[in-house]
Every structure is written in structure tokens, then in C-alpha cells.
Design a protein around this ligand. Sequence first.
Ligand SMILES: [Zn+2]
Length: 195
Amino acid sequence: MLPGVSVRWASLSPRPQQSPLTAEWRSSLAPSDAVRLRAVRHPRQHALSVLAVVLLRLEAAGALGVEPLEVPLRWECPGCGAPDHGRPLVGGGGGVGGVGGVGGGAPLGVSVAHAGDLAVVAMSTAGPVGVDVEVVPDGQDPADLRSWVRSEAALKATGEGLAGDAAASQAACAVHDLALAPAPPGVVAALALLH
Ligand SMILES: [Zn+2]
């Protein structure tokens, strides 16, 4: 993995009793998270979104040396600025790619993605980061999706969202194909770091 960058992923199990969303994990969810996630109505999408937020809090807690519920996590839409959807930011400050000033220390860039049954969290002490993941449909060449996930990761790192300039975003970033380990079947992922 790249210096200062960590990636963690988890998968919802088709069997609820094998889900990583144990009571202990769920206790890492803040009341403000629960309010925001209430808008995700579809049960499986909701479980996946919960999984992503729990992963994010656990990873950020480890990086910051605080409890998961103490992670200063907020959300901001790059399009409309609303706090109830969009990308995650850790820390009090604004900025692109999920970077906030954290206690005067190095800024922590965070990004989350989910696809299929997978949730992925990327974290960087080296500046803004973007991650994207897609499940390759049966019969499709994974190579066809690679450029898409690379582009999405770069747009997330630059904070431009779906309406952004994909070419300019990619030029502003170092984009890496990401191998999740242990490799889940049929998944492509990419990680972008803003220069
Ligand atoms: Zn919005």
C-alpha cells in the first residue's frame, strides 16, 4: 500500500448471522449517523451504508487515536453543500477530498465507496483521497470498468462530484488500480490521491 494510505473493506454476508455488523460494530454508529442513514430506505442499501460508516469511524478512530464515536465526522454534498448527503469529511475544516484539519495534526483524507455487497473506506494522511469500487457484471470484461472507477476515484479526490471535469480531475491526481485483499470476486477498484 502507498505511504500514509490505508484501505479497509468489508462485505455484507448473505447470511445475517455472519454479518460483520455485530452489536459491537453497530455501537460505533453515532446518533447523527443514524439520522442521516434513515433516508436510505432500501434494507440492503441501508445495511451497506451502515457498514460503510462504521468502517469509516473505526478506521478514523485508529488513525486519530480516539474512540469511534469521538471521530469528528460530518458529510457535505459537493454539489449543493447540504450536510445530509454527499462525501464524508473528518475534522472541523472544509476542503476537498474529505480533508479536515484534525487537532492541528496532519490532515486526514477520507473516502467511502460501496458496490454490490462491499463497502470500502480509504484514508490518507498524505492529502485528499478518493476511492471507487464496482462489481463487474457477468460476462463483462473487468478492463471495461477500470477507466470508470479510476475516473470516479479522481473526481472524489478533487471533490468535484458527478458534475466535475473527469479529465482535469485525473490530471490532478495520482490514480492507482486497487487490489482489495483478500480479493473479492468480480470487483474492480481504484484509489486516487490529489497531487
Ligand atoms: Zn446535494
